[in-house]
Design a protein. Structure first.
Length: 67
């Protein structure tokens, strides 16, 4: 099990329930991220929080992360 997955499990422990799980395979350098778009849509639909273990895994561009 990866360190990122363990961090997510620890965050959920006794505080909530996993609704969906998404794994992005695109590089963090790209701004076209279909799985991230799906994850954000699922968060809006279920009114839940997106958990990302490490922000550097999300993107290498600060402006992208802030939007």
């Amino acid at each position: 099990m990866t360190a990122q997955r363990l961090a997510q499990i620890e965050r959920l422990c006794d505080r909530g329930e996993l609704v969906s799980e998404f794994t992005e395979v695109e590089s963090g350098r790209r701004i076209d991220r279909p799985r991230l778009a799906e994850a954000l849509a699922a968060c809006r639909l279920h009114r839940v929080t997106l958990i990302i273990a490490k922000l550097d895994r999300l993107a290498r561009n600060v402006a992208f992360v802030l939007t």
